[in-house]
Design a protein around this ligand. Structure first.
Ligand SMILES: C=C(O[C@H]1C=CC=C(C(=O)O)[C@@H]1O)C(=O)O
Length: 465
């Protein structure tokens, strides 16, 4: 139910004007508060802020960040220098910011949340237009939960009526809390399900495998496909988010809302985390399904750990991450052997990578060097990307691309946005891909992508037979 109050008009007015305030000084206020439920916070004042929200949760929940209201949107349709461009714009904004943040906690204070397109040179599909090649949000209100501690950040541009002092910003947040509305979140009801162009996709897979067998210019290519869902009503991102949080606890859960839906998913794959000078990354490639019987499940995992094709697919990713990070890290630690990472529907070969960054290394640098890893692109990158453009016949948009956050201190985390989908009114488009090497079998890869649709499909109220 919506609570009408004079303040609602105020919030709407503030929103209308905020895009014109980009030359003003950013004023940011952060305080530790009593624990707030992140979903409750996400849904507060929904009638005003739908389409202007983001949600982030790391595996098993140590870190949650929820943003509401867009103080500034960074949207770019540019290719070559997109990583350095966003960094430049962000630094410019921060260089004139007034930040009142007595906490030393990462993920608090001014923070950008968003991501990049997978391939800025792909032929664009209309549905991805609102995302451009770079899309980041600077929120007005933000909740950060790290372990058991909870923080609120309020950002405003100076000169806006309500933001001249920290005290006034605090009052503004109190007002925001008072005006919270609550509402029912209905389960979406799937009315149609269409796997797009399966025969064509299988032909493309065979063409790529043939190429991998017959030339030595390319070793691995990841091809993806798309599943289109129709619903009887517009899909509420809130519902899908709620389901993913319950069903995919050991993945990164992310949502970047847009006016008519949003990009959402539960990815097990960290691209990079930076906390002070500590850098973490992940090689995740090589997959097999799960079995309900623990003994059978273990057999599947043991098989995967020994399978040559999967080990090769995986090793190519490890090699590339090593090459990408070495120039930026004083030390790099990469275990010799992968272990298993199990999510509810699938298990993967997994190698955690850690290092110590050299001074002046920014998270955007690292994202730019790492994307796309051969877990989503291929080896060598340039040839694989060309084959993906030629053979995939779709725009991946933000699927398989870096999505995450960075705070004003340069800490942050980006994942590879797989196990994801784009919600657009009464439709949703889910994406899933697979690594192809010379020994791959098209039918097996079709099955594997089918399993990879599962997490999103389940969260949207469906299943994949
Ligand atoms: C491309 C996807 O998965 C990648 C990540 C892990 C394992 C993969 C594989 O075994 O093929 C893929 O490289 C996807 O889930 O859409």
């Amino acid at each position: 139910m919506l609570i009408h109050s004079p303040y609602h008009t105020k919030f709407v007015d503030t929103m209308k004007h905020k895009e014109h305030q980009t030359n003003k000084v950013l004023v940011s206020y952060t305080r530790k508060v009593k624990k707030i439920d992140p979903v409750g916070f996400f849904q507060m004042n929904r009638s005003v802020y739908t389409g202007e929200r983001f949600f982030w949760q790391s595996p098993d929940d140590p870190m949650t960040i929820v943003g509401i209201g867009l103080l500034r949107t960074f949207l770019n349709h540019r290719a070559d220098d997109r990583f350095s461009q966003i960094e430049k714009e962000w630094r410019e904004l921060l260089s004139r910011a007034v930040i009142d943040n007595p906490t030393r906690t990462e993920g608090t204070g001014p923070l950008l949340f968003g991501g990049f397109s997978f391939d800025p040179y792909s032929v664009k599909e209309e549905m991805w237009q609102p995302f451009g090649d770079t899309l980041f949000y600077l929120p007005e209100y933000m909740l950060t939960i790290l372990n058991e501690d909870c923080y609120i950040t309020v950002n405003q541009f100076e000169n806006s009526e309500m933001s001249r002092s920290s005290n006034q910003i605090k009052k503004m947040f109190d007002l925001f809390l008072k005006n919270a509305d609550s509402y029912d979140v209905q389960a979406p009801s799937i009315s149609s399900k269409e796997e797009l162009s399966v025969p064509e996709w299988l032909t493309s897979v065979s063409t790529v495998i043939n190429k991998l067998k017959t030339t030595d210019t390319v070793d691995k290519v990841v091809l993806a496909r798309k599943l289109k869902l129709g619903f009887s009503q517009p899909v509420l991102t809130d519902y899908v988010l709620k389901e993913l949080r319950v069903q995919q606890k050991n993945s990164f859960i992310f949502l970047l809302e847009t006016a008519d839906g949003g990009f959402i998913g539960a990815s097990p794959e960290r691209l990079v985390q930076k906390k002070d000078d500590l850098v973490l990354s992940t090689s995740l490639a090589g997959s097999i399904g799960r079995h309900v019987e623990p003994e059978e499940d273990k057999k599947l995992g043991d098989w995967l750990l020994k399978d040559e094709k999967n080990r090769y697919e995986h090793a190519l990713v490890v090699q590339m991450i090593r090459r990408a990070l070495q120039p930026y890290c004083k030390e790099l630690h990469i275990p010799e052997e992968p272990i298993l990472l199990k999510t509810p529907y699938i298990q993967h070969l997994y190698t955690p990578v850690s290092g110590t960054a050299r001074p002046e290394t920014s998270i955007f640098h690292l994202v730019g060097e790492l994307h796309p890893t051969p877990a989503l692109g291929g080896v060598p990158t340039r040839e694989a990307m060309k084959m993906i453009r030629d053979q995939e016949k779709m725009d991946r948009g933000f699927y398989a691309a870096p999505v995450g956050w960075t705070d004003y201190r340069g800490n942050g985390e980006f994942i590879v946005a797989i196990r994801s989908g784009l919600i657009k009114n009464q439709e949703a488009f889910l994406y899933a891909g697979c690594g192809l090497v010379a020994d791959s079998d098209p039918e097996e890869e079709l099955k594997e992508t089918g399993i990879k649709f599962q997490p999103m499909l389940k969260a949207m109220g469906g299943s994949f037979e």
